[in-house]
Design a protein around this ligand. Structure first.
Ligand SMILES: Cc1cc2nc3c(=O)[nH]c(=O)nc-3n(C[C@H](O)[C@H](O)[C@H](O)COP(=O)(O)OP(=O)(O)OC[C@H]3O[C@@H](n4cnc5c(N)ncnc54)[C@H](O)[C@@H]3O)c2cc1C
Length: 387
């Protein structure tokens, strides 16, 4: 997703782009099927995808706006309600299937004459430097002015460039599935924080919910081994039946969660974007949103350097990209890590404080509006393409 967005942004500015992808995106699927993987997209990401002319390709498939978000603490009375109406917006964001985003990006890339899509393609060797090059598994050697690694959390390109990472396992696994609740989700994203991890029920336009249930690896294993009926009962209980009984579930998937951050986002001739640079807990649905901001920041940096006659792959150029993105990414990683720790803690004073904090924030008017605007990606200094 992030590499595709970057490709669109620089290709539209006239650069020659070659996108290497291990597998072609899925082109079609049964109309009633919801992808296991979805992303909650912020308004900033929506603006980026609109500016890149990708959003129409998504909207014609399915984007599910949500107008409200309700968060509550299983270990107390703390709760907070965010509403688009309170800040005069039509919605707080959209839940979109990852394959919808991937296909719309791919189609946009296909429509740009200066983009070459190579798939299935895998890089077997990376040669960073003033004239960076990659060698593909089929033996082809490609040279470029800049190579970008957008190959996800376990980025092999990052390893080939000898860029280390720091981080830790969360000791949580996230179970994802599409479920049908008895009651209407009311276009609301629901999130319950439990000692073992947060459970999110994200509204899909057809009335179903996509769930992200983060829990201990042991409980995740147990939940994955349940039959559908037992899993629905466990989910009804874990969600406090906030949407009534969960009546139906689709297939389930499970993802181990970890925090990871690259020691540097750049070296001569190479930049990292998206999960290749930073992996974050999904509890606030920020991962790909940060990645899209990386992509357009890098694109704008490279375009400005080219117009000024500077080398686009030089450390001096790439440093501007890293300086702009590293701070905000680390701040978000830190905030989500702290959030996860505070809400998995059973120490009584901390429980009291976090419940009090949620309730105070709920009644705080200005502070709450500030929080929701930040979560929508509308705060801070935004790249032009995110406006
Ligand atoms: C359970 C869960 C829920 C999440 N929910 C949200 C959410 O609501 N909102 C949000 O913003 N984020 C969410 N995230 C995070 C989000 O999924 C990631 O941040 C996002 O996928 C990162 O995008 P990316 O393009 O950087 O990397 P990826 O999505 O990992 O894509 C990497 C791409 O590189 C390709 N690739 C990999 N290796 C090679 C290779 N060697 N050669 C060629 N191609 C290769 C892959 O095929 C893939 O297309 C969630 C994550 C999880 C685990």
């Amino acid at each position: 997703m992030v590499g595709g967005a970057l490709g669109c942004a620089v290709a539209e500015a006239g650069f020659e782009v070659c996108l290497l992808e291990a597998r072609e995106p899925q082109r079609s699927w049964p109309p009633d099927e919801v992808d296991l993987r979805v992303s909650a997209l912020t308004r900033a990401s929506q603006h980026i995808l609109e500016n890149l002319q990708v959003w129409p390709g998504m909207a014609k498939r399915r984007v599910s706006p949500y107008t409200d978000m309700r968060v509550w603490d299983a270990g107390g009375s703390g709760r907070i309600h965010f509403s688009a109406a309170e800040i005069g917006e039509p919605d707080l964001g959209h839940i979109v299937e990852n394959r919808v985003i991937q296909l719309a990006l791919w189609e946009r890339l296909e429509s740009l004459p200066n983009v070459t899509l190579r798939y299935p393609a895998r890089v077997s060797e990376l040669q960073p430097g003033d004239e960076p090059a990659v060698v593909l598994q089929d033996g082809d050697r490609l040279t470029a002015k800049l190579v970008v690694a957008a190959d996800g959390r376990d980025s092999r390109m990052r390893g080939m460039a000898n860029i280390g990472t720091w981080g830790w396992d969360y000791d949580q696994h996230a179970i994802v599935a599409t479920v049908r609740p008895a009651l209407s989700h009311r276009h609301t994203a629901w999130q319950r924080f439990m000692k073992t991890g947060p459970l999110a029920l994200l509204p899909i336009d057809d009335g179903r919910c996509s769930i992200v249930w983060s829990t201990s690896p042991l409980q995740a294993e147990a939940l994955m081994s349940l039959d559908d009926a037992a899993f629905c009962r466990a989910l009804t209980q874990a969600s406090e039946a906030v949407l009534g009984a969960i009546r139906e579930t689709g297939p389930r998937g499970v993802f181990p969660l970890r925090l990871g951050h690259a020691e540097t986002y750049i070296c001569s001739g190479l930049a990292l974007v998206g999960d290749a640079a930073h992996a974050i807990h999904p509890l606030a649905g920020q991962g790909v949103n940060l990645g899209f901001l990386d992509a357009v920041t890098l694109a704008e940096t490279v375009i400005a350097a080219h117009e000024a006659g500077r080398r686009i792959g030089s450390i001096a150029t790439l440093r501007r990209y890293e300086r702009t993105r590293k701070g905000p990414n680390m701040a978000m990683l830190g905030a989500m890590d702290a959030f996860k720790r505070v809400f998995s803690n059973e120490v009584l004073p901390l429980k009291l404080v976090r419940n009090l904090g949620l309730n105070l924030a709920d009644r705080s008017g200005f502070f709450k509006q500030h929080l929701v605007r930040r979560a929508m990606g509308l705060g801070g200094d935004l790249p032009r393409l995110a406006k």
